[in-house]
Design a protein around this ligand. Structure first.
Ligand code: HMG
Length: 384
């Protein structure tokens, strides 16, 4: 049975900051941010947006009534959840009007959470072939104003429906993975912003890729000629470049050139949005599907979540992949965003709703929003 991704939806907030303006405000050479880090814009969420509202938006963009009726599993991968007990998935039941006979939960393992969700969804559909699974990545990446990590922030959500006979991507279930207890990036429960040993995390990420690629070749007698595209976890786009570069000189030049060209197509959206944490690899997939993919291509996908878990797995682009993505909507969303000044971004960044807050619906620009915090409980609404 073929199982994989049947549809992909995406959401990013309507506001962004320009990375050159951020560089100037921080007295940094803009080339460091645009070339050295590899970013152009960064999504800025409003205070009434969070992991729940963004997840609702990306899923809402693809779910039909027929999908809802056949859903048996809902998994949210996030490291930006709003509650230590209740999962982001449970909040979505009302917002998305989902039927209650669904198994649902949240997975946390830094940026790896959605990949764990996808593999779990694969197993679920293989046991329940007439059912579908919804896997959602949703995150707000925050390091803090004037920190080295500020340029690698971002926000957004990617939703994927997993089913048999998928239109977009068949998961081959060829996969290698590894876990190590590493202190490269962490966010204690008391903190809204992450802590990172940035350069160390880059080293671990590249080491994981190298180790997993060795393992994959050994386990499956594979060579680089089996793949035309490598997709990477891209919290910022220079990072995938570093992993890709480990192959330079070790594979034929024309193969390296092909992989590099495809990598550039896969990072177009991330350059525009920034870091999606759990969604970074899957925004790369969406970008590649819209900007470069051909049916029948074999992909190798590198997922990495600090702390750290890595997985390298293969997948095949399906014949009708374009029918599982609404490209016009994705491009419209990206193109119709508004630029925010750096000073407005700094002001919005500081706002944190407290218990008792009631949000004025007239001031809300997104379809789903945090409407109120009452008795310390976050309540959400859908804009009609
Ligand atoms: P930094 O100290 O600001 O920058 O930290 P740098 O000095 O390392 O420079 C960055 C690059 O810009 C370098 O290139 C410079 O040469 C280049 P590289 O050596 O990397 O190829 N550069 C220039 N290029 C052109 N013109 C110039 C110029 N000047 C310098 N004028 C760092 C950068 C990313 C470490 C920092 O932003 C940071 O700590 N970010 C947050 C942590 C992070 O994103 N780490 C990445 C890995 S962690 C990870 O993947 C986990 C994550 O996904 C979360 C999760 O799993 O949950 C984030």
């Amino acid at each position: 049975m073929n199982i994989g991704i049947d549809k992909i939806g995406f959401y990013t907030p309507k506001d962004y900051i320009d990375i050159v303006e951020l560089a100037k405000a921080r007295d940094v050479d803009p080339n460091k941010f645009t070339i050295g880090i590899g970013q152009d814009k960064q999504a800025v969420p409003r205070p009434y947006e969070d992991a729940v509202t963004m997840a609702a938006s990306s899923a809402d963009s693809i779910l039909t009534e027929a999908d809802k009726a056949s859903l048996g599993l809902l998994i949210v991968g996030t490291e930006s959840s709003v509650d230590e007990s209740k999962s982001t998935a449970a909040f979505l039941m009302d917002l998305l009007e989902l039927p209650e006979d669904i198994r649902s939960f949240e997975i946390k393992q830094a940026c790896y959470g959605a990949t764990a969700g996808l593999q779990t969804a694969y197993d679920f559909v293989s046991q329940n072939p007439d059912k579908k699974a919804l896997v959602i990545t949703t995150d707000i990446a925050r390091y803090g104003i004037k920190t080295p990590g500020e340029v690698t922030q971002g926000a957004g959500s990617v939703a994927m429906i997993v089913s048999q006979n998928p239109r977009v991507l068949k998961l081959n279930y060829k996969s290698v993975y590894m876990t190590k207890n590493v202190g490269d990036f962490w966010r204690p429960t008391f903190s809204k912003t992450a802590f990172a040993r940035g350069k160390y995390s880059n080293e671990i990420y590249v080491d994981f890729f190298k180790t997993l690629w060795e393992k994959y070749q050994t386990k499956y007698s594979a060579t680089i000629d089996d793949f035309s595209t490598l997709l990477f976890h891209i919290p910022y786009t220079k990072m995938g470049t570093k992993a890709l570069r480990t192959l330079e000189g070790k594979i034929p030049d024309d193969k390296y050139a092909e992989l590099t060209e495809h990598y550039q197509q896969s990072i177009k959206f991330s350059r525009e949005v920034g870091n999606l944490y759990t969604g970074s690899l899957y925004l790369g997939l969406l970008s590649y599907l819209i900007n470069g993919a051909r049916s029948g291509e074999e992909l190798l996908m590198f997922s990495y979540g600090s702390g750290a878990v890595g997985e390298l797995y293969s997948a095949e682009i399906q014949k009708d992949f374009a029918s599982g993505i609404v490209s016009e909507n994705v491009l419209k969303m990206l193109n119709e965003r508004k630029k925010m000044s750096i000073s407005d971004y700094e002001k919005i960044y500081q706002i944190e709703y407290q218990n008792g807050t009631i949000v004025d619906p007239e001031a809300v620009e997104s379809k789903f929003y945090l409407s109120e915090i009452k008795d310390n409980e976050r309540l959400y609404k859908k804009n009609k």
